[in-house]
Design a protein around this ligand. Structure first.
Ligand code: SF4
Length: 242
């Protein structure tokens, strides 16, 4: 393990904890199934937009208990469910995956959302990011680090991951004085980024790390023109703008 990188990672986590003491998931949900649905809907869509859609969705599909609610998602005509989630991107695929996941959870897990990475990632449309979010928030199980778009970008900028070990991606550069500096690789392999991060982030921080970085990504380290002049991580960052 690279000790210098581990120390940098620890500093990043500590600074972000001080800056964003209330960092947490921004999606609204009332039970584990709703959490899974909200996270599935959130791909390529803002949390604000997902919350708008799920406010109506979860009211419509509310039931006496979670299992009955999952049944409603499984039994509603797909066309109707598709229409109910049409306010998010890629809604047709998402509706299909949500319905098939509901059926699978009823048939194979007794109507209870599973609590292991292996079982969750077998569900249609559920990859490690979604599984990590559900496991951490619903079950307090930390099997990995959820790599969303902010984590994907910012850990590269901070070089907490080795950019040569995260697969191919479209290389984004920025100009620093006379030099072109690599900013991050858009589309680099998310699972490889997660594996690299798990080597340097202490396990007790895996869960919070995602939400701390998301806060920083929304407030300061935005995708285009990050506000490096206001960034508390600037001294640690190799992609700092001058
Ligand atoms: S210094 Fe700039 S690029 Fe680096 S983490 Fe801060 S805002 Fe992002």
């Amino acid at each position: 393990m690279n000790n210098q990188l581990t120390n940098t990672a620890r500093k990043v986590v500590e600074l972000l904890k001080q800056e964003y003491p209330n960092a947490e998931i921004a999606l609204n949900y009332g039970n584990t199934w709703e959490l899974l649905v909200a996270v599935m809907l959130s791909a390529q869509t803002t949390d604000v937009q997902v919350n708008k859609v799920t406010t109506t969705l979860f009211t419509k599909y509310a039931a006496a208990d979670e299992k009955q609610e999952i049944k409603k998602f499984a039994q509603t005509p797909l066309e109707e469910l598709t229409n109910d989630v049409s306010g998010v991107g890629f809604f047709r695929n998402k509706a299909k995956n949500i319905q098939n996941s509901a059926k699978q959870i009823l048939e194979q897990h007794g109507g209870v959302v599973p609590n292991t990475m292996q079982e969750l990632t077998i569900l249609p449309g559920v990859a490690r990011k979604t599984a990590n979010i559900v496991l951490g928030n619903a079950y307090g199980v930390y099997e990995g680090i959820a790599v969303d778009t902010h984590v994907h970008r910012i850990v590269q900028r901070l070089r907490l991951v080795d950019l040569d070990r995260i697969g191919k991606g479209k290389q984004r550069y920025f100009k620093r004085e006379e030099d072109q500096v690599l900013d991050f690789k858009k589309g680099a392999n998310t699972d490889k980024i997660e594996q690299e991060l798990m080597q340097v982030i202490p396990q007790e921080d895996w869960f919070m790390f995602t939400y701390l970085i998301i806060e920083h990504g929304r407030a300061v380290c935005i995708a285009i023109k990050p506000k490096c002049g206001k960034c508390l991580l600037a001294d640690l960052c190799l992609a700092k703008r001058s």
